[in-house]
Write a protein that binds this ligand. Sequence first.
Ligand code: SF4
Length: 367
Amino acid sequence: MIPEKADVPTIDLDEIRRQAWAAPCPAPLSDTERQALRERIKQLLKDRNAVLVAHYYVDEELQSLADETGGCVSDSLEMARFGHAHPAETIVVAGVRFMGETAKILNPEKRVLMPTLAAECSLDLSCPADAFRAFCDRHPDRTVVVYANTSAAVKARADWTVTSSIAVKVAEHLHRQGKKILWSPDRYLGAYVQEVTGADMLMWQGSCIVHDEFRADALKRLKAEHPEAAVLVHPESPPDVIALADVVGSTTQIIQAAQTLPNDTFIVATDRGIFYKMKEATPGKTFIEAPTGGLAASCGSCAHCPWMNMNGLANLADALERGGPDHEIHVDPAIGREARKSIKRMLDFAESLKVQATGEANVASPA
Ligand code: SF4
């Protein structure tokens, strides 16, 4: 019999990296062009009864526009939730494709547009649906838990979809029930969850090409130069980088940590797009990028997702103006229904945690 770990498919991460670095940056804009596009987008959002939701990793130009127009800037799950609760008929997602798909899965009756459908994610690319389904079929005794950074078809095969903010809680819950987990696609997030929970997890071997670049040796040196700084690390980073963290958390948890910790300086190991919201949430504090192993994005910068970087004002305006096959997200309805079940399981679980927390607070409050 083949040992379980031996049949985990091999991923060609170098090929995925090549694709990432080939992603085109938006053309630079003059101030006049930029201003004109911002005004046009604001008008189009009204005319099309649309709302803009942006991820923390996209350019701050788009984050500020989402804020100014009554949209939201958040992580992938909150983006989809916000779009669901908002009365607009069209949701415009500035982020990468799986985020647009998640918005469509949760809002099948709404139109979902994106500045570009070519904005991929290395985790999504490293988990092709056919190979993943075959892998799951070979391990029917395991509960299938997938990260949100996956295609609709992969979510449809899963029992649970989780985000980084709730992955540990879900694994703890399943572990307590004596269940064994098949985890995909992020090997580092999976290893972190396994270490924290002690759950039995069979791991797919995908990784985020951006977080994969952070380097522990260089981070140790930076820490020594800034002993006053707290180190905030996203769990998609390599284990030796996570080991140096004061706080390990999702994007939203990293922003919250900067608000609540007493430190004035933070070394941050995640995409530098998050600095816009971190600075806004904590004026006066200082943020330093954690060191990477080299040039991370196609534009030659560090710690910035080349696919998130494909979102710009010009293609956002084009999405609103023309829509169509270059911009509109479609999810096969049958796949969408199945994928929705695995996402809903997480949302219901998250809600039950809130209820438990509220219950505890209520018990404590009379004292
Ligand atoms: S930063 Fe990493 S996980 Fe996020 S979209 Fe880019 S490649 Fe995917």
